[in-house]
Design a protein around this ligand. Structure first.
Ligand code: DC
Length: 236
């Protein structure tokens, strides 16, 4: 693989394997990996802990003024190949995956001020390129000039089965129908919100992974990276 570093933006619906692909790409290419969803989850956890979300409704003003007290960082462990999210220095990786956070994160991510702050931090991470970031608005808003944009998708049932298996393996007591409902609700809110809705960027490549193995997705993406790096090198 050539040495020019590019920005890889991966967007798509909830639970369609974006982070799995993003992590393997980052490992193969020696790039940084940033899970932008974890940042919205961290803000949600902070709001829940402070009692700023009541019956699924966030108190917007409290969340907005609380943003200045939220510092999100990541740590990548080469040996375990795990990415850990920290909120003000506390490891919150496990807690942000719980259903309580999943059920409240979409309303939090519709708050424009929350998005502005997250986008600012995300762009900071991409300053030197060599980054893979996954989310909902990475190719459309965060990095509109990313050299490679991938839009991932798979059916809601397949995505829920994957998330069910993942949570069960972690020993959590979960119900399939509740997960399916959560996946469908999040699709609806994420695609319909006014601010930065989930949308395929015009120049994004679609990857429907309903029937593709992880290895096949990785190979497909690495081929695309190679093509884009060549184009980019030709231009510079
Ligand atoms: O990728 P995830 O399921 O961990 O994301 C959690 C939520 O965060 C998701 O419901 C939508 C929101 N999100 C967003 O609005 N913009 C992003 N770039 C990433 C996630």
């Amino acid at each position: 693989m050539a040495d020019k570093k590019i920005i890889i933006a991966i967007d798509g619906h909830s639970s369609c394997g974006k982070s799995t692909l993003a992590k393997s790409l980052a490992r193969e290419l020696g790039y940084i990996y940033i899970d932008s969803g974890a940042m919205y989850r961290a803000v949600t956890l902070f709001a829940l802990r402070n009692g700023w979300i009541v019956n699924g409704q966030p108190d917007r003003q409290k969340v907005i003024s609380g943003l200045k007290d939220i510092f999100i960082t990541f740590q990548w462990d080469n040996e375990t190949e795990k990415n850990t999210t920290f909120l003000n220095g506390e490891n919150i990786e496990e807690e942000i995956r719980h259903l309580a956070v999943s059920q409240n994160v979409s309303p939090i991510s519709t708050i424009a001020e929350v998005r502005t702050e997250m986008v600012k931090q995300q762009r900071e991470n991409g300053k030197n390129k060599g980054i893979v970031m996954d989310g909902r608005d990475i190719g459309t808003v965060v990095f509109p000039d990313a050299e490679l944009k991938i839009f991932m998708t798979a059916s809601p049932e397949i995505r829920s089965q994957r998330r069910y298996k993942e949570l069960k393996e972690k020993g959590l007591d979960v119900d399939f129908d509740e997960i399916l409902q959560n996946v469908e609700e999040r699709d609806f809110i994420d695609s319909g919100r006014e601010v930065s809705p989930l949308r395929k960027a015009d120049d994004a490549l679609v990857l429907d992974n309903s029937h593709l193995s992880r290895e096949e997705q990785l190979q497909w993406s690495l081929n695309k990276v190679e093509e884009r790096v060549k184009v980019y090198e030709g231009r510079n």
